[in-house]
Design a protein around this ligand. Structure first.
Ligand code: PBG
Length: 322
């Protein structure tokens, strides 16, 4: 009790504060999301996500080289296909931009971790994450296509497979297909508790993946639920997930904490496009101090229990931490 207890004693100098700091960010915590398309020499800015681009494979390799110099060690790739159809054929085409990018990145950077997102929404003409029949996304028929996508990415050399579709049973289906293809050592990072969130708006512009009818509420989670997040995470772990993700991050810090406490497994959090773009917009207006806000946001996500953070701020944050 005061005056014996004075918490301010340990806040007096930067060195003391650092000594007792509970949460420390490290560039090794980050996964940097990148968008890849076909062509050569392409680097075109995504208007809703300033500082993020659509890259052709050659320019992507340059960007990742610079990111590695900044301290980034992992990337996650999203594909922008040349053509979309009802069953997302370009997702499981061995010659598609993502698969080509994985091969090119590994040729250039031996120690880079390349994560690949498994989903159909960027590849379907209707923009949903699975096969559509009578206006509904059909769960079980979608699993086979997701598994095929994962195996195609594995063959290209992906280091981690990250399914983001929210179909029931997809982690098990992907695990089994990977094992049968000889990839039993390849880890799965599942988007286990993925919410039907408005914070994905800028990404859908970036990936051209907005659903052409309806919304994703029949497969992504209701933002009001957190017991259900534990159920989803439990199922994905039983099916073989190695890392489980909560997405988005900032409105779901309580969910991150519950998942970490309940399971004690590696937890990832996705600091999504809307979270990024709000910071970028406010900073561009001079309303906030971007550098300090970025580090505060990422620290709060880690403090909540995330071991891994997917963030469009990865490069700048890695630079700030040097
Ligand atoms: C694909 C996918 C989405 C995101 C990652 N993978 C979009 C969605 O579900 O609509 C969102 C990422 C972001 O907003 O940064 N299913």
């Amino acid at each position: 009790m005061f005056p014996t207890d004075r918490p301010r004693r340990l806040r007096r100098t930067p060195a003391l504060r650092e000594m007792v700091r509970e949460t420390k960010l490290d560039p090794g915590d980050f996964i940097y999301p990148l968008f890849v398309r076909s062509g050569r020499g392409v680097k075109s800015e995504i208007s809703a996500m300033p500082g993020n681009y659509h890259f052709s494979v050659d320019r992507l390799v340059e960007e990742v080289g610079e990111a590695i110099e900044d301290g980034v060690r992992s990337v996650i790739l999203f594909g922008i296909p040349d053509h979309k159809d009802a069953v997302g054929t370009a997702a499981y085409d061995d010659g598609a931009p993502v698969q080509s990018a994985v091969r090119a990145l590994h040729e250039s950077y031996r120690d880079l971790t390349v994560v690949t997102d498994v989903c159909l929404c960027e590849y379907t003409d209707h923009g949903h994450c699975g096969v559509v029949r009578d206006g509904e996304v059909v769960n079980d028929d979608t699993l086979e296509l997701l598994a095929r996508t994962a195996v195609s990415q594995a063959r290209a050399g992906a280091n981690v497979i990250a399914p983001s579709d929210m179909m029931d049973g997809r982690v098990g289906a992907i695990r089994q297909a990977l094992d049968e293809a000889g990839f039993e050592s390849l880890p799965i990072l599942s988007y286990a508790a993925k919410y039907a969130s408005s914070f994905y708006g800028p990404f859908r512009e970036a990936a051209g993946s907005a659903p052409q009818f309806g919304d994703r509420k029949a497969y992504q989670m209701d933002p009001a639920n957190s017991d259900e997040a534990l159920r989803e995470v439990g199922l994905d772990l039983e099916e073989g997930a190695d890392i489980v993700m909560v997405k988005p991050a900032l409105s779901y810090l309580d969910v991150i904490r519950r998942v970490k406490d309940a399971f004690g497994v590696p937890v990832a959090a996705y600091n999504v496009s809307g979270e990024f773009s709000m910071v970028a917009a406010a900073a561009a207006n001079g309303w906030i101090d971007r550098e300090r806000i970025v580090l505060e946001i990422l620290t709060s996500i880690k403090r909540a229990g995330a071991d891994v953070i997917l963030t469009y701020h990865a490069r700048e944050a890695a630079r700030l931490l040097r």
